[in-house]
Design a protein around this ligand. Structure first.
Ligand SMILES: Nc1ncnc2c1ncn2[C@@H]1O[C@H](COP(=O)(O)OP(=O)(O)OP(=O)(O)O)[C@@H](O)[C@H]1O
Length: 621
């Protein structure tokens, strides 16, 4: 017998599980059944694809055996099984990135932390919520030896040789006080139906059934074995046969999410390709949504046989929050991960699935706008990633994304914005580069306010990258007000331009600012502010450049913005009247620096700014 210690993270996790106030300890059964079902899937796959396993008998089943007196429950499967090495690595360490993430998010507040367990599901180890001792007896398919793993969930585990007639795994739980409520056949049936009803394999429960013996007028106990789940691939049934409850139940059993999904889309395609898809949108974005190592949520089946559930090729990355099932009639059962990437059948299913998901979402946006907002609250950002990466569906994605705006409270869509355009308005406008409050007070918006034109407030840090690539929406140009040329749109032909008279002043300011600016121009976009900063078409905005530098791209050239001056502003008018005034140089710098500050750009030389400000103040106070 060998004694081994748990990896530190496992001990940490177990500590938490044992001491947590977790409110649904019943999920232990879902986790163990799902492990058994995975093990059966794996073995089935091998028997179909690997010559060495083709002759093995495959009698898939999961058996729950309850001993009410002894307060034990065993969960046995005829799946792939584990050998000694597997037992040590799978049940002694944590390989799942999700669980590691979970541990890193713990706050120490028991209540919050136990909610987190609910969202993550912690797999096999969750059984220690209900058991003070667990024995695992397993024999790997194709091998003769069986092994026993035993642990009290405290410091470590012991491994010793064991006996098992067939390949598979038996997990024997010795219930603790909390767990003794599950030493009850009613309770077990209820939990299996709730979470595991649609597991594709039959689940049997063996227990002592009480039956009334009418002759002897007493109740008698008989040992029975009954199937407790429906074990049907529910997604293959027609929509009309299924209730909302069926869909929700299946969602919970495949996703492990205890909440109901927001929506689901069930499609059966027949024709050139035959396949079924059932996609779900979780009510809350998965916690790993913005992690490079996110877990995918779509399972691939071929003719009802589970193939894999961790392929990032089933849906594009921006739809990584979607959960569900793709079941194809046309793929070969031995399709490998590598082949999937260039498989024509899968490419067609994927293309059609994306179109389907997006068009269903579009339908909801129109028919149930309130419900759609719940969706947008969680998933606006991945949709924007889609605009960036999925050119073929860009127009639909543009319709789906929602924006803040100067015209409405809450969020609005581009179609509505287009509908609100004023007579003669040439483009749809947006502003990027900073937090919402900064954008809303930007001098760049003044002319739009004056002309009562709507501007979208794009305050998400990916907005500039995404929308700088989008030229139009539904035939209307989409323009950033941060760009120099955008104000051309707004030029009023009737407004005479006083450029000539301003030329010496512009030249003077340009001389003072030297190579800090690309150009100094008369502005047609300002109303109340004396100056503002704009960027050239091809250049990233100042904030973007600032961000790139903060991210370590030191070699990008210093920004050279264009300074625009408001010819109607008091300060500018006074400077124009007295070009040789002693404060002219200070004024030039102050006009420039204040424009930078309004754009949320940090000044490179704040000391000089303050000195100039004080010199000017001294003259006026
Ligand atoms: N009944 C079983 N048969 C064979 N292997 C098993 C069984 N139960 C667990 N394992 C092995 O132990 C590993 C760890 O199980 P655990 O439940 O902790 O996580 P997981 O199942 O990998 O993750 P998730 O619950 O997110 O799918 C599994 O990946 C599997 O390799």
């Amino acid at each position: 017998m060998s004694k081994l210690e748990f990896q530190t993270e496992v001990s940490q996790l177990l500590q938490l599980i044992i001491h947590s106030l977790y409110s649904h300890p019943e999920i232990f059964l879902r986790e163990l059944i799902s492990n058994s079902s995975d093990a059966l899937d794996k073995l089935r796959h091998l028997t179909l694809t690997d010559d060495a396993f083709k002759t093995l008998a495959f009698n898939p089943r999961i058996d729950l055996v309850l001993d009410e007196e002894a307060k034990t429950l065993s969960i046995a499967d005829t799946g792939i099984g584990m050998n000694e090495e597997d037992l040590v690595s799978h049940l002694g360490t944590i390989a799942r990135s999700g669980t590691k993430k979970f541990l890193s998010q713990l706050s120490g507040d028991q209540k919050k932390d136990s909610n987190l367990i609910g969202q993550f599901g912690v797999g096999f180890y969750s059984a220690f919520m209900v058991a003070d001792k667990i024995e695992v007896i397993s024999r790997k398919a194709g091998e003769e030896a069986a092994w026993k793993w035993v642990s009290d969930g405290k410091t470590g585990f012991e491994i010793s040789p064991a006996e098992r007639a067939e390949a598979g795994t038996t997990v024997l739980l010795h219930f603790n006080e909390e767990g003794s409520q599950y030493a009850n056949s009613w309770r077990l049936q209820e939990v299996v139906k709730k979470y595991s009803n649609h597991i594709a394999f039959p689940i049997f429960l063996t227990y002592d059934k009480s039956e009334w013996n009418a002759e002897e007028k007493k109740s008698e106990k008989t040992r029975v074995t009954e199937q407790v789940n429906a074990a049907s691939a529910l997604w293959r049934r027609s929509k009309s046969e299924l209730t909302d409850e069926d869909y929700k139940e299946l969602y919970k059993s495949i996703s492990g999410d205890p909440q109901d999904p927001l929506f689901w889309f069930h499609t059966r395609a027949e024709g050139t390709l035959d396949y079924t898809t059932l996609f779900y949108i979780p009510a809350k974005a998965p916690l790993d949504l913005y992690q490079a190592e996110y877990k995918t949520g779509v399972k691939l089946y071929v003719k009802r046989v589970f193939i894999l559930d961790d392929s990032k090729d089933l849906l594009p990355q921006y739809l990584r929050f979607v959960r569900g099932i793709i079941d194809s009639e046309d793929l070969p059962l031995n399709v490998s991960r590598e082949i999937l990437q260039q498989n024509r059948v899968l490419t067609s299913i994927r293309t059609a699935s994306v179109k389907k998901i997006l068009s269903e979402l579009k339908g909801i946006a129109t028919k149930e706008p309130e419900k759609y907002l719940e969706f947008v609250k969680e998933y606006n950002r991945p949709l924007k990633e889609g605009i960036h990466g999925d050119y073929a569906n860009r127009e639909t994605l543009l319709e789906l994304v929602r924006f803040k705006s100067t015209k409405v409270d809450g969020l609005t869509g581009l179609a509505e914005v287009k509908g609100r355009m004023k007579d003669g308005q040439k483009s749809i406008y947006y502003i990027t580069g900073g937090p919402e409050n900064l954008l809303r007070t930007s001098p760049l918006l003044e002319i739009y306010k004056k002309k009562d034109i709507e501007v979208l407030i794009l305050d998400d840090d990916i907005d500039e990258i995404v929308f700088s690539q989008v030229e139009s929406f539904d035939g209307t140009d989409l323009k950033s007000v941060n760009k120099a040329s955008t104000s051309e749109d707004l030029k009023d032909e009737s407004e005479p331009e006083n450029t000539e008279a301003l030329a010496p002043l512009l030249a003077r300011i340009k001389l003072t600012l030297g190579d800090k600016v690309k150009d100094v121009r008369v502005s047609s976009r300002l109303a109340d502010s004396p100056s503002c900063i704009v960027s050239d078409e091809e250049e990233p905005s100042l904030q973007m450049q600032q961000m790139l530098r903060a991210m370590g791209q030191k070699d990008i050239p210093l920004p050279k913005p264009t300074l625009e001056i408001n010819p109607d502003h008091e300060i500018v008018k006074k400077l124009l009247a007295r070009p040789e005034d002693t404060v002219a140089d200070d004024a030039a710098w102050l006009l420039f620096d204040q424009a930078l500050l309004m754009e949320g750009v940090a000044l490179s030389d704040p000391a000089s700014f303050v000195q100039r400000l004080n010199r000017v103040l001294k003259l006026t106070v």
